[in-house]
Design a protein around this ligand. Structure first.
Ligand SMILES: [Zn+2]
Ligand SMILES: [Zn+2]
Length: 256
C-alpha cells in the first residue's frame, strides 16, 4: 500500500520476490524505507522474505511488525527459515537494516497511515489489519474463517465501511463444509460479511491452490450474482498478481 512516501507491505508471501525487484528498479539510487506488516507466521505468509532483494541492499531499512509467532516468537519464526538447513544466507549476514517488532499495540501510525489490527478466526495467533490513508481505507484479512453468513459482529464492526476489503475466500460452500474449522472462509460468507459491513469493494483472496483461473472467475461470477440478488452495489473482484487499486476510487487497472 502506498500513501505519499509511505510504503507498507502486507505479508511476505511469494509475491515479495517480484515486488522487491520492482522497488529496486524504481528507487535505483535512493534508499528504500519500508514497513512490512505480517498477519501471522504461517509459511505461505513469510516464505517470500528470503527472496526479497531489498534485504540484500545495505541502504534499505525494513521495519517488520507482526504477532509473536505461534511458539518461538516472531524473530525466531523469521530468522529460522534462513538457517543453513533451509537457506544459504543467514539472517544475521543481511546487510540491510531490519527491525523486527512484535505487535503489542493494535493501534499504530505508519507515516500518514493509521493502522488497526484485530485477531482473525484462524489457527494460532493471526490478525487482520485496517489501514486508513488520506485516500481511503483498506482492510486485509488474508486468513480468516468468517462466521456463517456474516453474523460475526466484531468482524462487521472492524470492516465497516471499508473502501477495499481483501478477504480470505478460499472455498465455495461445498468445499467449505469439508473444511470447517481450518481457518479459511467461503465466498458466500465473504459476500454476506461485505454486504453487512457496507464495504465498497470486495477482493477475494487466499485462492485455493487447486483452483485455476477459470474456477476463480466462476467464484467471482457467483459472488456477483449474490450481490445482484440483494440489489446491492458491492463490487467484487478476485485478487491477482500485479493488480493496482487506486483510492479514492478509480477503475482497477493492471500494470502489465
Ligand atoms: Zn494461515
Ligand atoms: Zn495462509
Amino acid at each position: 500500500m502506498r500513501s505519499g512516501k509511505d510504503i507498507i507491505i502486507l505479508d511476505a508471501g511469494s509475491g515479495l520476490r517480484a515486488l522487491g525487484r520492482a522497488l529496486l528498479a524504481e528507487f535505483r539510487n535512493r534508499p528504500l524505507s519500508l514497513t512490512l506488516l505480517l498477519t501471522h507466521t504461517h509459511w505461505d505468509h513469510i516464505q517470500g522474505l528470503p527472496f526479497f532483494a531489498p534485504i540484500y541492499d545495505s541502504r534499505c531499512h525494513l521495519r517488520i511488525l507482526g504477532g509473536k509467532g505461534a511458539r518461538k516468537g516472531l524473530i525466531n519464526a523469521l530468522t529460522g527459515q534462513m538457517e543453513s538447513t533451509y537457506f544459504p544466507v543467514p539472517f544475521a549476514r543481511l546487510p540491510s537494516n531490519i527491525e523486527i517488532e512484535e505487535l503489542r499495540d493494535f493501534n499504530l501510525n505508519i507515516g500518514s497511515v493509521s493502522v488497526r489490527a484485530q485477531r482473525a478466526h484462524h489457527p494460532g495467533l493471526c490478525v487482520g489489519y485496517r489501514l486508513l490513508s488520506p485516500g481511503g481505507s483498506v482492510v486485509f484479512f488474508p486468513d480468516a474463517e468468517s462466521r456463517p453468513s456474516g453474523e460475526d459482529h466484531d468482524m462487521i464492526q472492524f470492516v465497516h465501511g471499508a473502501d477495499v476489503l481483501i478477504l480470505d475466500s478460499q472455498y465455495d460452500t461445498t468445499e467449505y463444509k469439508k473444511h470447517i474449522g481450518w481457518g479459511h472462509g467461503c465466498v458466500d460468507d465473504s459476500v454476506a460479511l461485505a454486504l453487512k459491513a457496507g464495504v465498497k469493494q470486495l477482493c477475494l483472496f487466499h485462492h485455493d491452490p487447486d483452483h485455476d483461473d477459470k474456477r476463480i472467475d466462476g467464484l467471482v461470477d457467483h459472488a456477483r450474482r449474490l450481490v445482484a440478488g440483494q440489489r446491492a452495489k458491492l463490487k467484487v473482484t478476485a485478487a491477482r498478481e500485479l493488480q493496482t487499486v487506486e483510492l479514492p476510487f478509480k477503475p482497477v487497472s493492471r500494470r502489465n
